[in-house]
Design a binder for this molecule. Structure first.
Ligand code: MIG
Length: 852
């Protein structure tokens, strides 16, 4: 194996291709004076199908040249395709697939034409050509959904084995592509060539690729019909969306097996949900995890941590969690404390908890090589660290100068790792864990990670790092999650990871990594979180304010406004951990202590900005019941919490091109401000009636409008007909019982439903019915508005009353009737518009506001 002097990614096309199926080898790199070559390349293109076999819902198509295709009808709308170039399929094993996912029993109609084999369900038809194994998908009425151009092709060499498995499909004009996890390019992927290889991409920008996470799943949308393709292959992969304008979309992996799922919508949202049937969904997080989090590299010593927390409370800026970055450890040894900085962690954590702060700490995969360190020793004794091909330990510098790395693909290593949290989690009272550097990142080498020949167990399917690289972070976060679940079965674990892969949403939340305090990065944050959400991974956030460098007050405020709608709402910065910052600099010395430290708490930019930052965070807490409900919809159905407008109305050509606005949950349209000094911003309202949350103005979409963008808020619009629940501002989630639930109702003709989900905010009693789920139904008439409330579940409400605010009535209400007679209508004015206020007990299920 080569040293890492150059990238091991060798595009086979650039090398001499010697194709044994052609007339003799292409003699362009023959070693002089012999008939030998540096390496010999073969390509594999399916020829004629000579045999077909069926086993239940599995169909096998064998070509004369041994290339074979297995089509598995997984559900009426999902087909799985696997190709082998040897005639033998590999052991069917994947970390991405949810163990709970089971194929459905499907009625399959099979037939044959002179050219193709046809498999049909009542939603989808798949035609497999007898020559070349080209696979085309049609809907049940015969419309072509997705066709193949060149179809499948494999490449291998004598020295390397398989180097590339590729599928080429047609990219008809006008087809849009979305998804693909964490990419910083435009929302529509058309024209891009992208790679999946988890990478420590410090200070990335909009052209950096790959980033920290890999999700080989994309959507195609053509003539209103949407489908998804999930390539379940963890090797380095490439996705090309017609970047060469040759009308083709290609995806390929550098090894393993070509193995992908074709998911038919036709609604993009339906594809999103079905993707999470395959790769899984998380359980609900603890409610505090949806509060505001404050982080920095690093808060220490203890006095500073307490000072930060006290400052939040004395300024009455809500906050639920405080983070300790690597400096809390003793010599960067995971699962230890630096007792100089934190002499009594348990007491500190308990004090903070009493004030409503959960403490989250970092844990890295790099374990210090140190015979005195028990974690290192245990892992050695049990033989749980990654090794090179001849058995030598894989060591490399990360925080400690020399680290070993657990092989999280080994079940015994995961179990051991999960248990290491025992003391921090059970004894010290840490509430959540933050897994960093798990691409895995290695310092000093340009290559930034393990060499590809490092070995992994892969749950009994031994393989090289080339296969395990992209799932390393996923398996680390899984080990953490499973450990925490076992250590405290009654608590919902909170795990935050940097690297992950498709399916990783089952175990952890993620943040987008080391971004920069710039307006460009605020815009990127918007796109990245939307795309992660569309890719099955809604529990996502960015380092608010920017990790590298320092934001202005304005930038921080705008970022906090966007972050209200990012499920992970966390400020983080690298502080003064900048190369060279420790050198004495005359200019720096003149600066105040906080400037030197490069603080990034909500209050560091002066009182004006502090007030705006506080207002943003307070709004997050006001909207918490709505956020939590959206989270519940995500965990139960896989509905992305953030939806790019193409996912709101895929038949509206104008909506397809929009990437600034997104729908959060069912009813809130968010138009974040991502430019400096913004006063007014253009935005697109998809079809329907939309109310400006801050000004009461109503508009009919589809429409491009201009909206004012004062620093006090980034525009939010509420869908007509919606019922939007609010909690009172609290300093932390569950600080006190909600006494009155506020409902904001927005008029719309016709019927609209809204949901509210509540439970104990932690634990699993909700799975046994301890939840309260309300369905609100509004029915708007020309001269009336009816609201009905339906409750399911047996979670006892803390509140006894609703306070209902009715917005946008097209008539002046004279009466409000409910089951028990009539109730008083109060009028208040907001931006010169009347808003009607009703107070009633929660025993009421129905009310009708009428004009006469
Ligand atoms: O190389 O732990 O992305 O959030 O503050 C830096 C220190 C290592 C990278 C993470 C960042 C964290 C930092 N870590």
């Amino acid at each position: 194996m080569e040293q890492n002097k150059k990238s091991p990614i060798e595009e086979p096309e650039e090398l001499p291709l010697i194709d044994k199926t052609e007339d003799g080898p292409i003699n362009n790199d023959l070693t002089e004076g012999s008939d030998r070559y540096p390496d010999v390349f073969f390509d594999f293109i399916p020829d004629q199908v000579v045999r077909v076999e069926q086993d239940g819902a599995d169909y096998f198509f064998y070509c004369q040249n041994k290339i074979s295709l297995q089509v598995k009808v997984v559900a009426t709308d999902i087909f799985r395709l696997r190709y082998t170039i040897t005639g033998e399929f590999q052991d069917d094993f994947s970390y991405a697939i949810d163990p709970k996912f089971k194929p459905a029993a499907v009625q399959i109609e099979q037939s044959e034409t002179s050219e193709a084999y046809v498999l049909r369900t009542d939603q989808l038809e798949c035609r497999i050509s007898k020559k070349g194994l080209l696979v085309n998908f049609y809907d049940h009425t015969g419309n072509l959904i997705c066709a193949e151009t060149e179809g499948f092709k494999g490449l291998s060499t004598i020295l390397k084995g398989i180097t590339k498995l590729e599928v080429a499909k047609a990219a008809p004009d006008g087809e849009h592509y979305f998804g693909l996890g964490d990419k910083s390019c435009s929302t529509n992927l058309r024209g891009h060539h992208l790679e999946n290889w988890n990478t420590d991409a410090f200070g990335f920008n909009e052209t950096t690729d790959p980033l920290y996470r890999s999700i080989p799943f994309y959507y195609g949308l053509h003539e209103g019909k949407g489908y998804g393709i999930f390539m379940d292959n963890s090797y380095r992969s490439h996705f090309d969306f017609d970047s060469e304008a040759d009308g083709q979309t290609r995806f390929s992996a550098a090894g393993g097996e070509m193995n992908y799922y074709f998911i038919y919508g036709p609604e993009l949202l339906r594809v999103a949900e079905r993707y999470t049937d395959i790769t899984g969904r998380p359980d609900l997080p603890p409610l505090w995890a949806l509060g505001f989090h404050q982080c920095r590299w690093s808060y220490y010593p203890e006095a500073r941590v307490r000072e930060i927390c006290d400052e939040f409370r004395s300024r009455e800026i809500p906050c639920d969690a405080i983070y300790l970055d690597i400096d809390y450890m003793d010599q960067y040894r995971c699962f230890t404390w630096n007792h100089d900085y934190f002499p009594q962690p348990k007491a500190m954590i308990a004090d903070l908890k009493a004030k409503g702060f959960q403490t989250v700490v970092m844990i890295d995969p790099g374990i210090k090589v140190d015979p005195e360190y028990s974690v290192y020793q245990q892992g050695r004794e049990k033989d749980l660290y990654c090794r090179r091909p001849d058995g030598e330990l894989m060591t490399g510098p990360v925080w400690p100068p020399d680290c070993v790395f657990p092989d999280y693909t080994l079940p015994a290593a995961r179990e051991w790792w999960g248990n290491l949290y025992q003391e921090l989690y059970r004894e010290d009272g840490i509430s959540g864990f933050w897994n960093d550097m798990n691409e895995p990142a290695v310092f000093k080498v340009n290559f930034k990670t393990f060499p590809e020949n490092v070995r992994h167990d892969y749950d009994g399917h031994p393989c090289s790092h080339a296969k395990a690289h992209n799932i390393y972070g996923l398996q680390m976060s899984r080990a953490t999650y499973e450990g925490l679940s076992q250590l405290k079965p009654d608590k919902r674990p909170f795990v935050l990871t940097r690297a992950t892969f498709a399916g990783g949403q089952r175990y952890a939340s993620a943040w987008t990594g080391d971004n920069i305090a710039s307006w460009e990065h605020l815009a990127l944050a918007n796109i990245q979180c939307q795309r992660m959400s569309l890719s099955g991974f809604s529990f996502i956030g960015t380092d608010i304010g920017g990790f590298v460098e320092q934001p202005t007050g304005e930038l921080l405020v705008r970022w906090l406004q966007l972050g209200i709608f990012h499920p992970l709402y966390r400020v983080h910065s690298m502080g003064n951990n900048v190369d060279g910052a420790t050198e004495v600099d005359e200019e720096l010395v003149k600066k105040s202590e906080s400037e030197l430290r490069m603080d990034q708490e909500p209050w560091v930019f002066g009182e004006d900005y502090t007030a705006q930052a506080k207002a943003a965070i307070e709004l997050r807490y006001r909207l918490l019941p709505y956020l939590y409900t959206s989270f519940c919809q995500y965990t139960s159905k896989g509905t992305p919490m953030l939806k790019t407008l193409a996912f709101v109305d895929q038949n509206d050509p104008k909506a397809l091109g929009r990437e600034q606005e997104f729908l959060f949950g069912d009813h809130l349209l968010v138009a974040p401000v991502t430019e400096a000094a913004s006063k007014i911003q253009e935005m697109y309202l998809p079809k329907g009636r939309w109310y400006n949350y801050f000004t009461e103005e109503a508009f009919e979409g589809p429409q491009l409008i201009e909206v004012e963008t004062p620093l006090a808020y980034s525009p939010i619009f509420v869908r007509g007909g919606a019922v939007l629940p609010h909690y009172p501002v609290m300093q932390y989630t569950q600080e006190k019982a909600v006494e009155t639930l506020e409902l904001h109702v927005y008029y719309q003709a016709g019927e609209t439903t809204s949901m509210l989900y509540e439970d104990g905010g932690d634990g699993y009693a909700y799975q046994e019915g301890a939840y309260a789920q309300r369905t609100f139904r509004t029915q708007g008439r020309v001269d009336g508005l009816k609201l009905t409330i339906n409750k399911q579940g047996n979670w006892p409400d803390s509140y006894q009353n609703y306070k209902i605010w009715v917005h946008g009535l097209p008539f002046e209400p004279q009466k409000c009737l409910c089951e028990d007679g009539s109730i008083e209508i109060q009028v208040s004015e907001h931006h010169h518009m009347p808003v009607y206020v009703l107070n009633l007990g929660i025993e009421f299920n129905e009310l009708d506001l009428i004009s006469g």
